[in-house]
Write a protein that binds this ligand. Sequence first.
Ligand SMILES: [Mg+2]
Length: 133
Amino acid sequence: MDEEKPECSDGRILLVEDDFVNGKIVSRLLEMDNIPTDWVRNGREALDFYQKNKNSVLMVFMDLQMPIVDGYQATIELRKNGFKRPIIAMTANAFSDDDVKSAEAGMDDFLLKPVSKIDLFMMVEKWMNQENN
Ligand SMILES: [Mg+2]
């Protein structure tokens, strides 16, 4: 068991999600894949987490609709504060312009809820690999 090393031992994925069910699913899936994950409940908490853990946040999964500070505003603030790594939007609205609006806010990609295991891991693979290149 101890020999199983996390894929990114120095880094973590930050999950920003106010919905308990989706937050639980995504965080469990990532941790099952040995990816350390921190789950915060809104954009304000995400910004606080980033300030305290600047170098360890490898990638962010960002819900769009959240109380206090939503995903768009949180992304704009993270980018202003120098966060250059991937931010992936999560939304349940398949037929909205969320993809356009999230790109405008500075997000890199887009994941539809309910999040499936295969889509989630494809997204991690795609963007983590890009980070390593
Ligand atoms: Mg939400």
